[in-house]
Design a binder for this molecule. Sequence first.
Ligand SMILES: Cc1cc2nc3c(=O)[nH]c(=O)nc-3n(C[C@H](O)[C@H](O)[C@H](O)COP(=O)(O)OP(=O)(O)OC[C@H]3O[C@@H](n4cnc5c(N)ncnc54)[C@H](O)[C@@H]3O)c2cc1C
Ligand code: SF4
Length: 560
Amino acid sequence: MRRDVYDVVIVGSGAGGGMAAYELTKAGATVLLLEAGGMWDNTKDSDMLVAPWETPRRGGSTPDKPFGEHDACIGGWNVPGEPFTTAPGSRFQWWRARMVGGRTNHWGRISLRFGPDDFQHKSIDGLGDNWPITYDDVKPYYDEVDDLIGIFGSREGMRNHPDGKFLPAPKPRCWEMPIKKAADKHAVTCIPSRLSIITRPHNGRAACHYCGQCNRGCRTNSNFTSTNVLIAPALRTGKLTMRTDAMVREVSVGKDGLADGVIFIDKVRGEEMKVNAKVVVLAASACETARIMLNSKSAKFPQGLGNSSGMVGKYLTDTTGTDVGGFLPALADQPRHNCDGVGGAHLYMPWWLDNKKLDFPRGYHIEIWGGMGMPGYGVGGGMQNYAGGGGYGASLKSDVRKYWGTGVGFSGRGEMIPNEKSFCEIDPRAVDQWGIPVLRFHWEWSDYEYNQVKHMQETFRTLLQEMGAVVRSNMPTKEQGYGIATGGSIIHELGCVRMGSDPKASVLNEHCQTWDCKNVFVADGGPFVSQADKNPTWTILALSMRTSRYIAEQRKGGKL
Ligand SMILES: Cc1cc2nc3c(=O)[nH]c(=O)nc-3n(C[C@H](O)[C@H](O)[C@H](O)COP(=O)(O)OP(=O)(O)OC[C@H]3O[C@@H](n4cnc5c(N)ncnc54)[C@H](O)[C@@H]3O)c2cc1C
Ligand code: SF4
């Protein structure tokens, strides 16, 4: 490690960290990017087009690869040697990728802007908090993210689901048509998806060739990953140094009360190291950034860096979720046809109702699944689950052929209201293998979320019935929480390091700069004040770009 003082050190190379590296190197800063995981490059490491039947596990999952052996992920629900704990009575799951590019290697690429209401929802229904910024503040950055990365979609003119600068969207596939028909019949808005997959050549990258395997990593770079779309051009500037297997423990603070760098563990050598920088950007993902800040205790910041308000770790949220699946007899024995498409649905349903007429606040969107993906381990969810299906040998093969591609389903993804009972803190009794104190999670859903999820279940069952599908499960009861997914399991954890306009009630100002220490910034999902009924990553990218531009301006003006 060189003993230089970098202009900026960035912690984490996922969506937020990658964008910060791209922007800050473009602005001329010398940047060190520290990443806890190892190298991964889609163009070389992806299992694209590998047939599951040619591999020992037929594509099945393992503890290391919870979403299947071909998934482009190192990490997952459990990271060996790096535990977290949950408080008694709380259930929480935390997906952590440990690799360059973070979770952008295997995410769903559903790339939705928040709308005007999403930034100011307290003014509408009195719940939660407003953001200190509005849609108009973020819109120019969303536009630039669209242009830089590439996204497909359709212009719909919906107020709270703003249009972006879209590439053409692919047409619905055969299995998606009955879903569209049922949605139209029940007045559920159903429009082309908005995914960061390029359907035309874009900024030197090749267009998607519709192999449907985005979660394996794209060898032609036709979908978005932080590594190949942001970090690669940042490296080409010559201004970026990237160090992998560097697990950051804390931000260090000088005598002047400003951050002077970070302390990390070199995981290969097991050595503690310090690196010096004039500005620190934390982008290790919302909860991990809170962990680093809480572990950064000093004489000046005895409660942890940026935590004079006591708000670091507070108001942790995740998207609400529940699923209903079934199979569509009308699709059985379908002639083999070209079911090609992107690695995700071609349709989605944004929130379409008025909460004034409902018993829950805020909304949800609907994601759909189905189609004839490459058959692998557990194809179709087990033939014994189909009427007359099951058996062995020739009859099993014939059932698989008959029912392959008949499965369809809906997943709801909704907005949780932040609450005081859902938060993370440092567990005073547990450390990871590097000796770093770990997080303990507290989690509670409220009736707002339970009622919303009940509505999802009822809606999905109505749509499946309309399509003539055989539904595979009974309606979950109130005692079963209406089938609500465990906190954290939708992998949209946000908050913990929220921005605000009051230094006593928030950690960051509107530029994602800590109130307490002017040269420490956050560029991941931590600053989010609320969830919205949208997936978060496009907003993480837009905010990281906005924060990075602010850092560059401040540096130019000699203020940092
Ligand atoms: C299967 C899946 C599907 C998803 N689908 C969607 C979707 O369709 N749309 C959407 O908007 N979002 C989706 N998400 C969520 C999305 O991936 C995240 O919102 C996004 O990646 C968060 O970006 P980030 O930069 O905050 O964190 P990450 O992408 O998680 O990156 C954080 C990086 O920091 C590193 N790091 C962590 N701790 C340290 C440390 N102490 N020191 C150094 N480095 C550290 C990690 O190794 C990681 O590389 C999905 C996620 C998953 C897993
Ligand atoms: S569907 Fe398109 S973007 Fe996705 S992996 Fe295949 S070629 Fe790449």
